[in-house]
Ligand binder design. Structure first.
Ligand SMILES: Cc1cc2nc3c(=O)[nH]c(=O)nc-3n(C[C@H](O)[C@H](O)[C@H](O)COP(=O)(O)OP(=O)(O)OC[C@H]3O[C@@H](n4cnc5c(N)ncnc54)[C@H](O)[C@@H]3O)c2cc1C
Ligand code: FES
Ligand code: FES
Length: 488
């Protein structure tokens, strides 16, 4: 791959960037380099949404628009994409009224007081507005705003703003012009970018990726940057060599076999991966919307969550309980591992030098299986788990034929509850069996006391989640906040 500048489409023209560090964030570029300051900085870690911008990519023949956090996206990841900031809304709005309908509606519904969060809300709502010809329901609007914090207005006015925006004349986003620019960008060679002694390589095919990974085993793989971005913005790490996975289309493919099994490419976004998982197993739905926020799920990948291997990563307990395998690639060599065998110790995985995670394989749903995965955290949205538990029990004729139970937050890695599984296997599916198993589960792990929860609380919650499994089947589970969503 030969070296070239970064190219992306912004404000009606193709921007060409060179001489900027590959780990400079999009937010730093906007505010400090080109002085486009409508996009704000709050936390610089993907948590508050003040920096929300919208990225455009060509998917099939269509323009797909997604809200992301500019504060944790490195500038070269924009190569080949279109960027929209809050300034673009005003430009669009100028053709019909003074403000874009979303902005005018935020004003009319009194959704802005101090206004610091407002550009981020406007961008999240703009993405939803552009992607939906008719106004989505209230729950969808709430989910789209789950990454935007506001300390002044209490959220209802922002939610009310979207229906009000739809009641106004719709401005025309010239999608054909954006798509034409994206086609031009796609005709450029794969990106190899160097500046400030740092290197950013963005292969476009699996073969190119495998070669680059073997040639540079010391380079850090970069997918959605929702973990790696914070290593730079918060921990001030210097990353000298990055191999970016986001340009490899083959890594984003999700396939469902006729029996219902899924193969999810490691580079599929969390948004797309959770949509596929939820379609196959509805029990994923709640975990999906409680995982981070919409902009983080749009940028982050399922492969990144699994490869990062955090003991509090939320996808792994469910994937392990379902008996998922991972496919690892090194050069042309592929190997398959049960996901639980990937985690060797705290922050240590079985990934070898020159290897990368290529895909996740999730087996089909067998008849008679009960599956649940629940996250317990202090806030419902945008929070880190104290405990995340997953249960897959195979039932037939009132007997538990097999059990796979996995947890995050209970040890230094995601882990199966093997003693509890062994106890349950062959028992009757009854309240008594589950109560006895819950006692075993409460003592099976030695979790940590930390800021999020005490060890005693974690043990109790783990046992409580197992009992909830019974209560839900029994129809006597107490209501939770999530159950009330339908009433909003
Ligand atoms: C505000 C915020 C909220 C969050 N909330 C949650 C949450 O609720 N639950 C949760 O579990 N996580 C959460 N996260 C963490 C993060 O979003 C996830 O771990 C995400 O899935 C990481 O994916 P990524 O593509 O962004 O990975 P990156 O940040 O790009 O990479 C993460 C790590 O994985 C490695 N990697 C990535 N892809 C591959 C691959 N294909 N092969 C080998 N190695 C690879 C990278 O080298 C790096 O070490 C949150 C993060 C933020 C910023
Ligand atoms: S500045 Fe807070 S999410 Fe980016
Ligand atoms: S209006 Fe003040 S934080 Fe949102």
């Amino acid at each position: 791959m030969s070296e070239r500048p970064i190219h992306f489409y912004f404000r009606g023209t193709v921007q060409r960037i060179e001489g900027v560090s590959p780990t400079r964030t999009l937010l730093q570029y906007l505010r400090e380099d080109v002085h486009v300051t409508g996009t704000k900085e709050g936390c610089a870690e993907g948590d508050c949404g003040a920096c929300t911008v919208v990225l455009g990519e060509k998917v099939g023949d269509a323009l797909q628009l997604k809200a992301v956090n500019a504060c944790i996206q490195f500038l070269p990841t924009l190569d080949g994409k279109a960027l929209f900031t809050v300034e673009d809304l005003t430009r669009l709005g100028e053709r019909t009224a003074q403000l874009h309908p979303v902005q005018q509606a935020l004003l009319d519904t009194h959704a802005s007081q101090c206004g610091f969060c407002t550009p981020g809300f406007a961008m999240s709502l703009f993405a939803l507005y552009e992607n939906n010809p008719a106004c989505p329901d209230r729950a969808s609007i709430c989910h789209a705003l789950d990454g935007n914090l506001c300390r002044c207005t209490g959220y209802r006015p922002q939610v009310d703003a979207l229906p009000a925006a739809y009641a106004r004349p719709r401005p025309h986003l010239d999608r054909q012009a954006v798509l034409a620019a994206l086609d031009h960008l796609a005709s450029l060679p794969s990106l190899e970018y160097r500046a400030h002694g740092q290197r950013f390589t963005a292969p476009r095919t699996l073969a190119e990726l495998a070669t680059a990974r073997l040639a540079h085993p010391e380079a850090r793989l970069l997918a959605g940057a929702t973990d790696v971005g914070l290593w730079v913005t918060k921990q001030l790490w210097q990353l000298d060599a990055l191999i970016y996975l986001g340009a490899v289309a083959e890594l984003k493919i999700i396939t469902r076999d006729p029996a219902g099994g899924l193969v999810i490419g490691a580079g599929a976004s969390l948004t797309d991966a959770f949509a596929a998982l939820s379609a196959a197993e509805p029990a994923w739905t709640e975990l999906a919307w409680r995982f981070a926020s919409t902009p983080v799920r749009n940028a982050g990948t399922l492969g990144g969550n699994v490869a990062n291997g955090s003991p509090i990563g939320d996808s792994m307990p469910g994937l392990i309980a379902l008996g998922s395998h991972i496919v690892l690639q090194q050069g042309e060599r592929l190997r398959r591992l049960p996901l639980e065998d990937f985690y060797l110790a705290y922050q240590k995985t079985a990934l070898e030098a020159g290897e990368f995670l290529r895909a996740l394989e999730i087996p089909p749903t067998p008849p008679g299986r009960v599956f649940r995965t629940w996250k317990v955290s202090k806030r419902s949205d945008q929070d880190i788990s104290a405990v995340c538990g997953a249960f897959a029990l195979q039932l037939a004729d009132g007997v538990i034929h097999s059990a796979r139970i996995a947890f995050g937050g209970m040890a230094g890695t995601p882990l199966r509850a093997r003693a509890t599984e062994a106890f349950l296997t062959g028992r009757t599916w009854s309240r008594l069996s589950l109560e006895e198993a819950a006692r075993i589960l409460a003592n099976e792990f030695t979790p940590l006391d930390d800021l999020r929860a005490s060890a005693a609380y974690r043990r109790r919650v783990a046992a409580g989640l197992l009992m909830r499994l019974w209560l839900e089947q029994d129809g006597s589970a107490p209501a939770r906040l999530a159950d009330l969503e339908a009433l909003t």
